[in-house]
Write a protein that binds this ligand. Structure first.
Ligand SMILES: Cc1cc2nc3c(=O)[nH]c(=O)nc-3n(C[C@H](O)[C@H](O)[C@H](O)COP(=O)(O)O)c2cc1C
Length: 322
């Protein structure tokens, strides 16, 4: 298959400009390795910081070249996890949702590429200040945590900002990209590649409960919302600027907009929420996914997805449609 060569593919030494996102509780070593083995680049989800999970994920990744992503405010509570990851010689480390400054120098001096996920131009400047090699411009359509900007205009705004201020820094688009149309469009918007979460979440290698995946693939793009209720139920102390996008369900219908009552009932709700999650109950625990679920109708292997997305994008770019 002819590949799509961009500054990103050259910089990371990969075939296709496709990265899988470091999805908390979903992206382990098998998913990341499958993406890398298919010619993309996979990131392990460091999530809320579990040393045993990280060690197992790197074992599962075998010899594949992979990276690892952290939720930065959570890493700040367990800084030794960065050393653990760096000991595994990741090709890249991604920092999202918080100040990258305390960790950037260690990542850079390890030789790993520093990827910073950004939701505003102020975040982009903060990432440039600490020497980010790659910026991810994330739109609010994204699955998981995010903020308010739309991918369609945020990506080109960041592209212009980088052209003016740091032309050597690479740009990935994230949020709502699930197929070759999204990849081709992201390249047109000025990105060097894409970071995809939800589409790889709905894959055979994902660690999320199967009941969540099945519910998501039969849902549409109108069926998600950004909410803080899920983090309240899980006891995750997220900064207020970030909400998590999940599939709307009985849990969010009951509690979204009723956060004060949820907090008051938390002891009871938290246990029931975790039991529902373990059972894969997609109505009483949240499937974490983005608006792109409206584009997703199957649960193939991650490797198949890389090939499919790359082939579709290549064909569209070759047609040179206007
Ligand atoms: C299930 C799930 C978990 C996620 N967890 C994280 C995370 O732990 N850290 C992170 O930086 N981004 C996380 N994200 C967001 C992704 O990095 C990325 O921005 C997003 O998936 C892109 O949008 P898309 O889902 O429409 O592809 C997560 C996304 C999903 C779907």
């Amino acid at each position: 298959m002819p590949s799509i060569e961009t500054r990103l593919t050259k910089s990371l030494g990969i075939e296709h400009p496709i990265l899988s996102a470091p999805m908390a509780l979903a992206a382990g070593g098998k998913l990341a390795a499958a993406v890398s083995d298919a010619g993309g680049f996979g990131l392990i989800g460091g999530g809320y910081g579990d040393a045993e999970f990280l060690k197992q994920s790197f074992r599962d990744a075998g010899n594949a070249r992979v990276g690892c992503g952290f939720i930065t405010w959570s890493l700040a509570e367990q800084t030794d996890l960065l050393d653990l990851v760096i000991d595994h010689a990741p090709t890249a480390v991604m920092l999202s949702f918080g100040n990258p400054a305390p960790f950037a120098a260690k990542v850079k001096s390890s030789g790993a590429k520093l990827i910073c996920q950004c939701q505003t131009i102020a975040h982009v400047q903060a990432a440039l200040d600490v020497g980010a090699d790659i910026i991810v411009a994330q739109g609010g359509e994204a699955g998981g945590h995010g903020a308010l900007r739309g991918t369609m205009n945020f990506v080109p705004e960041v592209a212009d900002y980088l052209t003016a201020n740091a032309p050597e820094v690479l740009l990935l688009a994230a949020g709502g990209i699930a197929d070759g149309r999204g990849l081709a469009a992201a390249l047109m918007l000025g990105a060097d590649g894409v970071l995809i979460g939800t589409r790889f979440w709905a894959s055979a290698e994902c660690l999320a409960p199967d009941g969540h995946l099945q519910a998501a693939v039969s849902s549409g793009g109108d069926d998600t919302l950004q909410t803080s209720t899920v983090d309240i139920a899980r006891g995750k102390d997220w900064p207020p600027d970030f909400k998590v996008r999940v599939r709307q369900n009985a849990f969010t219908d009951k509690w979204h907009g009723n956060e004060t009552a949820l907090t008051a009932a938390i002891q009871d709700v938290a246990d029931r929420y975790m039991d529902a999650y373990k059972a894969g109950d997609a109505e009483n625990s949240a499937a974490v996914c983005g608006e792109a679920i409206g584009l997703i109708h199957d649960i193939p292997t991650a490797g198949e997805l890389v090939t499919r997305i790359a082939e579709e994008a290549r064909a569209l770019l070759d047609q040179n449609r206007v």
